[in-house]
Design a binder for this molecule. Structure first.
Ligand code: GRG
Length: 342
């Protein structure tokens, strides 16, 4: 399959998932919940996870139509996590629009997230498969691992001694688990063998790692015009990213004090942001200083190497599947994801 044919397949399957998502009515919900759910699900996003479900199903010989409900269910679970995460972070914007708790209120946003999760289970249950219990198990494991990953991330906020190893364990849960659930669900629905399912799961986990470290990297290197987030947002929040934790293991001299300040936490309390979320002059100076230190100590190059290595690992798992146009499209999707500039 040519790379253009792969791209066409990705675009077509993503559009199929999108159409199905656009048709979700949430008719049984009270008006605010219905409006909130529609607002979230029709608010864009890259639709990576549903596309992965569909392609993974095809990659083991199944038809994408059989996996469409599961694809939508995974995207709904993903959106549930985003809505709740935005409440926890008190974030103002998501996908270039006000977050649900800002547009409505936190209680409504909590319920919107709950409804999305409940509906996700309902839709998953519509899948015609003799392996429905396995689907529910994979889906639930994904959910529990995301919650665990999020809890670890929150715990890290108040710690200054988080190791890079702990970081990898956290992102495997927070980011990798849902991506791995997506690929494994596709593999099960498509009738894949145990080995093929395992290969797809490994592919998803490694891709999740590459995706998250790339996300950490983009926080400092992305062009703010198309990044859609504040450059250095993680620095300002004192987030325990791969960059910060790696810097902590190798800085010396003046940079040591700088990294120690970042590890101790940022945001409003550190005076790097106003209560309204605007970046202060001190915040801007901090972002420049941290970015400079990351560069000087080779942290950015190191992160690029991690992304390359995790991507190679993901592609290695893919090679355990039979060659097919869908496998080629999965390869293309993975490469595009980790070379993205925004
Ligand atoms: C609240 C249980 C619970 C979990 C929250 C998803 C999450 C866990 C936190 C969001 C913050 C974050 C950086 C998560 C890592 C995964 C990630 C990069 C999510 C964004 O996924 P994209 O880029 O989003 O696929 P779109 O908008 O394209 O759908």
């Amino acid at each position: 399959m040519t790379t253009d044919a792969s791209l066409q397949r990705i675009t077509l399957l993503r559009a199929r998932a999108d159409r199905k998502i656009a048709g979700l009515a949430f008719a049984g919900s009270a008006r605010h919940l219905r409006d909130g759910c529609r607002y979230v699900m029709r608010g864009g996003g890259k639709r990576i996870r549903p596309t992965l479900v569909l392609l993974s199903c095809e990659a083991v010989g199944g038809g994408a139509a059989a996996a469409l409900d599961a694809a939508v269910a995974v995207e709904m679970m993903h959106n549930f996590t985003l809505v709740h995460d935005d409440i926890m972070d008190n974030a103002d914007a998501r996908r270039g629009r006000p977050t649900v708790h800002k547009k409505w209120n936190p209680s409504t946003a909590l319920l919107v997230g709950d409804v999305l999760l409940g509906e996700a289970y309902r839709i998953l249950g519509r899948t015609r498969s003799g392996r429905l219990p396995a689907l529910f198990q994979i889906f639930t494991r994904g959910l529990l691992h995301v919650c665990e990953g999020q809890a670890l991330d929150l715990e890290f906020e108040t710690r200054t001694d988080v190791s890079v190893r702990e970081y990898f364990r956290m992102i495997e849960k927070k980011t990798g688990s849902l991506i791995a659930a997506a690929t494994e669900l596709g593999g099960v629905i498509g009738g894949g063998t145990t080995r093929q399912r395992a290969a797809l799961r490994q592919f998803g986990l490694a891709l999740g790692r590459a995706f998250q470290v790339q996300d950490d990297l983009l926080d400092v290197v992305a062009d703010p015009r198309n990044f859609g987030k504040t450059t250095g947002g993680d620095i300002l929040e004192g987030k325990k990213t791969y960059l910060l934790l790696t810097a902590a293991t190798r800085v010396t001299g003046r940079d040591r004090a700088l990294i120690a300040r970042l590890l101790a936490g940022g945001g409003f309390r550190a005076g790097w942001k106003t209560a309204g979320g605007r970046v202060t002059e001190a915040g801007r100076i901090m972002v420049d200083a941290a970015t400079g230190a990351y560069r000087r100590h080779g942290v950015l190059d190191d992160a690029r190497r991690v992304v390359r290595r995790a991507t190679a690992e993901a592609l290695g798992s893919l090679r355990r599947l039979p060659a097919s146009p869908a496998r080629e499209a999965l390869r293309r999707l993975a490469e595009d994801l980790v070379t993205r500039a925004s």
